[in-house]
Design a protein around this ligand. Structure first.
Ligand code: CMC
Length: 379
């Protein structure tokens, strides 16, 4: 029969072939272009990983140097973008500021020349280079200050932390931050990446592709969860309260933020690495009492949610790392975007390589054809 079967949330429905990222949700394995996330987060840098994701192979030393230099050269924002950002309300969420500013790049650089390899290369460079500068700029602007210029002597991650905090950070802090970017760079057909591919499939410009992905990442069921986790830990307050918090949440059918994943039925491999990174920071820069609350919540969740395959996801420990680096909570999700732009761009290129516009179908559940009712006769 040709009866249509609906899969809510497209669970288990393939929508494309892809050679970018592979997830084994039962074994807790994640590979970018065949390389394990454990190895990449130890041995690579974010820019090298971005290159790997977008162009498909690890760069040679020369390719990496050129890529790093190009990104460095394009870090600055046009004064027009900065002036536009100065008109944003200081109380607005930084994800909304990022979505608007990323979209605005299309006003400056769009040529819709997506069949030109140079245009593609330059768009990749600009987006990777400018997104961190935009986030740091909004942070200073909303405090009433002028954004500061990027510093050419600093690496990608050190420079971002410098532009954000106006201080040069400890190299260990910058390294930990860079490793967080590697961990968040790609994750197959999550909602924002799917959104990027749908937008890409219309052959619009890459700034529109990234702006729609940023808007999708912002929601609390997706990237927005990392900021909600800290709010939740602060509400729980002490490790002793974790059990009753969980019992209440389960009774009220509310979701525990930072837990559960469509793909993983075990602890997210990125959460395992992020927890270690958090511990490294606590040893070096002092403990965080919320970490004790987080560990207790995880332990108490095992008997309660573990049997359903619900374990900590990437967002559970990332906020504790960023908090220790002195980053304000509402910048956690924009930082996720700094990193995920690599995956989005990889999927943009892959989509263009074998494009067919996304146009799924629906199962109509509305009214049968009926007669028009004039305004006087409506009740
Ligand atoms: N806490 C409590 N119960 C949960 C949770 C949770 N965090 N996640 C799933 N469940 C339960 C859910 O209530 C449902 O139970 P039942 O079958 O008895 O009704 C069952 O597990 C299946 O849940 P679902 O919502 O249908 O699963 P999904 O695959 O549609 O959703 C998810 C995946 C990540 C949206 C969901 O687990 C969730 O909302 N988690 C909390 C928000 C969060 O941490 N999001 C970050 C996701 S990871 C990376 C990222 O995108 O940032």
């Amino acid at each position: 029969s040709n009866k249509l079967i609906l899969k809510p949330g497209l669970e288990g429905v393939p929508v494309t072939n892809s050679s970018i990222c592979d997830i084994d949700g039962n074994k807790g394995k994640l590979l970018y272009r065949g390389y394990s996330i454990e190895e990449l987060s130890q041995k690579s840098s974010f820019l090298e990983t971005a290159y790997l994701l977008i162009w498909g192979e690890l760069p040679t030393a020369i390719q990496l140097r050129d890529f790093e230099q190009e990104v460095q050269m394009h870090r600055r924002l046009s004064f027009r973008v900065r002036d536009m950002m100065k008109c944003f309300p200081a109380t607005g969420h930084p994800m909304d500021a990022l979505q608007s500013s990323a979209a605005s790049l299309g006003l400056f650089y769009s040529r819709r020349a997506i069949d030109d390899p140079n245009y593609i290369y330059n768009a990749v460079i600009r987006l990777i280079a400018k997104i961190p500068t935009m986030i740091a700029a909004f942070q200073l602007i909303r405090k009433g200050q002028d954004p500061i210029q990027p510093r050419d002597d600093l690496t990608y991650s050190s420079n971002f932390l410098y532009m954000l905090t106006e201080k040069e950070q400890d190299p260990i802090a910058a390294k930990v931050f860079d490793r967080c970017l590697i961990l968040h760079a790609e994750h197959s057909l999550n909602a924002s990446t799917f959104s990027a591919r749908v937008t890409a499939s219309t052959l619009t410009d890459p700034y529109a592709v990234i702006a729609s992905a940023v808007g999708t990442l912002a929601g609390p069921l997706h990237g927005g969860a990392n900021e909600d986790v800290i709010a939740m830990l602060e509400e729980i307050k002490t490790p002793e309260n974790a059990a009753s918090f969980l019992d209440n949440a389960i009774k009220n059918k509310s979701k525990i933020m930072g837990f559960g994943h469509r793909e993983y039925k075990v602890k997210d491999p990125r959460a395992i690495i992020l927890q270690k990174l958090a511990e490294e920071l606590f040893i070096r820069f002092g403990a965080d009492e919320m970490y004790e609350v987080a560990k207790s919540l995880e332990a108490e969740a095992i008997p309660r949610l573990g049997p359903k395959g619900i374990f900590p996801n990437v967002d559970f420990y990332s906020g504790l790392v960023y908090r220790k680096l002195g980053i304000p909570r509402d910048l956690f999700t924009p930082i996720f975007a700094i990193s995920r732009v690599a995956g989005w761009l990889a999927h943009w290129r892959e989509q263009l390589g074998a494009n067919r516009i996304f146009r799924p179908s629906q199962i109509y559940t509305g009214s049968a054809p009926r007669d028009w009712i004039s305004l006087e006769n409506r009740k």
